[in-house]
Design a protein around this ligand. Structure first.
Ligand code: GDP
Length: 365
């Protein structure tokens, strides 16, 4: 399963946020694949569409989809030099598919900041620098190998050498690879290099309790937003302490609490949705009288593969996917009407599943 890693300097609120994640925790019984690694937190993906489908179909059971956050502890200055914990930190980052970087945007005299003062841009740069240095190391080694082959006019090597040159120049100018521009073919080569700074990244600005309703007044948040815009990265604003409290509440209490605070959606819910997108994930639904359920798939996959997410037999014996878009189904209010209106399509093996599809798979056993 794809996972987003949570990183950040010490004392920025990482553990507090991760606690909120594990507290909010998904009902384990629904997710037998769930790992029991204490550094992995499984969250249910909030999705209003699932509630609406439940209203329409009135099933015995509703099951949201879920995904994993991984807590990556222990960034230290000098990590890229491969000392002790540093090495471990980098290898943990290598294993995640996207990065959520928590930065401190709250002042609190009682909580020391590793650099002595609150400065989220400085924090971002400390972490990015370690990752950039580690990538430079990878790229330089690779460059030497490819250079020889390129001299012998090996076509792939020539193409890779050109890409490595762009990457190297970017990294040497402190630019993470995700902020560089590549053609589609070049991007394929970049991906093959498995560089740390090529992983999709978002920033989590941790603000204080009194600022969460109106975070735009916080100058640190403004700075983080400007920095993120340069990289085309998203910023999610949370108050980790409040998220910890929210995570303990039941759904109804949670809504009241949020209303009192003056926020429409909890920071954690926003973070879950944004991370899900960042990982290139999307959701399709199955809606039967027994169960209405959301399923996660990687954008771009075809119907048989999507069926295989439910059960390998569904993929092996795939015949077709009876598909209606969520919007069409909600407009029609039920399958019969949707069918009468010609909104239910019979899709075959080549169909590329879309976010929000409501699917009934037909298959041979
Ligand atoms: P970590 O080292 O990044 O994992 O940071 P922690 O989660 O342990 O947080 C460090 C300290 O900051 C703890 O005392 C937290 O209670 C406090 N803290 C975390 N988030 C917030 C917040 O949103 N507001 C305030 N005031 N304190 C926070």
């Amino acid at each position: 399963a794809l996972t987003a890693g949570i990183v950040g300097l010490p004392n920025v609120g990482k553990s507090t946020l991760f606690n909120a994640i594990t507290q909010a925790g998904a009902e384990a019984a629904n997710y037998p694949f769930a790992t029991i690694d204490p550094n992995v937190g499984i969250v249910e993906v909030p999705d209003e569409r699932l509630n609406k489908l439940t209203e329409l179909v009135n099933p015995k059971k509703t099951v949201p989809t879920a995904f994993e956050f991984t807590d990556i502890a222990g960034i230290v200055k000098g990590a890229s030099k491969g000392e002790g914990l540093g090495n471990q930190f980098l290898s943990h980052i290598r294993q995640v598919d996207a990065i959520c970087q928590v930065v401190r945007c709250f002042e609190d005299e009682n909580i020391t900041h590793v650099s002595g003062k609150v400065d989220p841009i400085d924090d971002i740069e400390i972490i990015n620098l370690e990752l950039i240095l580690a990538d430079l190391d990878t790229v330089n080694k690779r460059y030497q190998r490819v250079e020889k082959l390129a001299r012998q006019k090996d076509k792939d090597a020539v193409a890779e050498q050109a890409v490595l040159a762009i990457v190297k120049e970017g990294l040497e100018n402190d630019k993470p690879v995700r902020a560089l521009e590549f053609s589609e073919d070049q991007w394929k080569i970049v991906k093959g290099l498995h560089l740390l700074t090529s992983k999709p990244t978002l920033y989590v600005a941790n603000v204080s309790e009194d600022e969460v309703a109106d975070p735009d007044g916080n100058e640190y948040v403004q700075k983080v937003k400007a920095h993120a815009a340069d990289e085309n990265a998203e910023v999610i604003i949370v108050c980790a302490r409040i998220e910890e409290e929210i995570a303990e509440l039941e759904a109804e209490e949670k809504e009241e609490f949020l209303e009192d605070l003056g926020i429409a959606e909890s920071g954690l819910d926003q973070l879950i949705k944004a991370s899900y997108n960042l990982l290139g994930l999307a959701t399709y639904f199955t809606a039967g009288e027994q169960e209405v359920r959301a399923w996660t798939f990687r954008k771009g996959i075809k119907a048989p593969q999507a069926a295989g997410i439910i059960h390998t037999d569904f993929e092996r014996g795939f015949i077709r996917a009876e598909t209606v878009s969520y919007t069409d189904l909600v407009e029609a209010e039920n399958m019969t009407t949707a069918r009468e209106r010609g909104k239910v399509r019979l899709e075959g093996k080549e169909y590329i599943v879309k976010d929000g599809d409501v699917i009934h798979f037909r298959f041979n056993v």
